[in-house]
Design a protein around this ligand. Structure first.
Ligand code: HEC
Ligand code: HEC
Ligand code: HEC
Length: 154
């Protein structure tokens, strides 16, 4: 599914579409022809507020890097800002039906990740709903409370 995920990120660069489409259509695992061609992009509920923390195109392409960067600043360098905080994403993107970003297939983060095959493990520890304790205490690694052995590919 890496190629399909790549397609989505490349979706804003039309010149790449054809090439990526060829790659995607070669994958039998692709859900449907339309999906492979990018016609069937998941329908995403609009976030709260006027705009995201960065412009939409940047978010689509780079949110994983922003999140990881922010996490490293917080955990390794002790810098606490809210600009790219995961809590912030949850506050604005929790779905109107479930109140969560990741408890149903339609919820914001999951809808897109299902489509692209991305499976971040963030929700093992982080709350998917606003106003919950940010991190499940029980899931915190015991070795060093200050430096959790962070999940996910880095
Ligand atoms: C093993 C448990 C665990 C997993 C899995 C995990 N985290 Fe964290 N994360 C933590 C802990 C503990 C903190 C520190 C909590 C704090 O300082 O608020 C943290 C803090 C963060 C922060 C900074 C605080 C904030 O709310 O923005 C970000 C960003 C973050 N994690 C992103 C992620 C992302 C993205 C993933 C998935 C790829 C992820 N984390 C997976 C345990 C985890
Ligand atoms: C203040 C509320 C707010 C916060 C905080 C926020 N977003 Fe957004 N986000 C929005 C809005 C509103 C849009 C839709 C903007 C538009 O239509 O151009 C959006 C759009 C997006 C998109 C593009 C969706 C699409 O249609 O392709 C992604 C991806 C995204 N946000 C991820 C995140 C992530 C990840 C975080 C946390 C780092 C986050 N957002 C934090 C409000 C927010
Ligand atoms: C517009 C579609 C879209 C939306 C909405 C979206 N993502 Fe993603 N996300 C992706 C794609 C595509 C990838 C895989 C990128 C890759 O493989 O390089 C990804 C990857 C990630 C990763 C990295 C996974 C890893 O293991 O490295 C994290 C973390 C992440 N997303 C967090 C979020 C969070 C949190 C939200 C909801 C606030 C969200 N995403 C919403 C498309 C989206």
């Amino acid at each position: 599914m890496a190629k399909l995920a790549g397609y989505l990120r490349a979706g804003l660069r039309p010149g790449l579409r054809f090439i990526v489409f060829l790659g995607a259509s070669a994958l039998l695992a692709v859900p449907s022809f339309e999906a492979a061609a990018g016609v069937n992009l998941p329908k995403l509920e609009k976030g709260k507020g006027e705009k995201c923390v960065e412009d939409t195109a940047t978010m689509r392409r780079n949110h994983m890097d922003l999140l990881k960067h922010h996490r490293d600043d917080t955990l390794r360098r002790g810098i606490r800002t809210t600009q790219h905080s995961l809590k912030g994403c949850v506050e604005c993107h929790a779905g109107s039906k479930t109140g969560s970003v990741a408890s149903s297939k339609e919820d914001f983060c999951v809808a897109c990740h299902l489509y692209t095959g991305a499976k971040p493990d963030c929700w093992d520890c982080h709350a998917t709903k606003p106003g919950k304790r940010p991190v499940n205490q029980a899931a915190q690694p015991t070795a060093s409370p200050l430096m959790p052995s962070h999940g996910g590919s880095q």
